[in-house]
Design a protein around this ligand. Structure first.
Ligand code: AKG
Ligand code: FE2
Length: 208
């Protein structure tokens, strides 16, 4: 108890200054895609989760599917470049990511998307982030995970074995190369957790 309190006081919410750490690796995928894993990148993940949950004006979306209007099974919020972000640590993460990836990416991360999975019934179906330049160009999309651990799954668009990456609180994954066009990703529904998860997605301008 006492230890926990001291730890909380000392933890500053923000990205680790170092990219290196246990479990850090690049996983090359076929067709010119890759993912970078940076477990435990964010310090104070629980504090950031607790701050974002009430501070973000979450939106419920509805979509037309076949001939029915259905609820999108998660809440979302999108912040374009220049919009005020709900926590200073999010801007610090974006800037740290830009600094780390700039040489390879050739540009900055600009927008911040957020998803709230209220419980294991919330999900995102198989897709690539293919709105905009990512439809035709290599790019990067980084995802910071907060709250409950949920697997991010990836599969080649042309068919083939899928990969499951459990993303825990504070973990970062960067999808790079052709990943958005040649692979798909999803967060499947699960009965395993009823706890909420927030994901924060960082994307360059013109990628969605
Ligand atoms: O929540 C996640 O980790 C994935 C979200 C996602 O794929 C998206 O918003 O495009
Ligand atoms: Fe996505």
């Amino acid at each position: 108890m006492v230890q926990g309190t001291l730890f909380d006081l000392q933890t500053r919410v923000g990205p680790s200054p170092a990219w290196d750490g246990p479990g850090v690796r690049r996983v090359p995928l076929r067709d010119g895609a890759w993912i970078d894993l940076r477990p435990g990148w964010l310090s104070g993940a629980e504090e950031l989760f607790n701050a974002l949950l009430p501070a973000v004006p979450w939106r419920a979306e509805r979509r037309v599917m076949y001939d029915a209007v259905v609820d999108v099974p998660r809440l979302t919020r999108f912040y374009g470049g220049g919009e005020d972000l709900p926590h200073r640590a999010i801007a610090e993460c974006r800037d740290a990511l830009s600094a780390h990836c700039r040489a390879e990416l050739g540009e900055e991360f600009v927008s911040v998307g957020m998803c709230l999975y209220r419980d294991g019934r919330d999900s995102v179906a198989w897709h690539g982030d293919r709105v905009g330049r990512s439809r035709t160009e290599d790019t990067m999309v980084a995802i910071l995970s907060l709250g409950a651990t949920r697997p991010l799954m990836l599969r080649p668009r042309g068919g083939g074995r899928s990969l499951s990456l459990p993303l825990g609180a504070g973990d970062l994954v960067v999808m790079g190369g052709s990943c958005q066009r040649t692979w798909e990703h999803c967060i499947p529904k699960t009965r395993r957790t009823m706890e909420p998860r927030i994901s924060v997605q960082f994307r360059p301008e013109g990628v969605r």
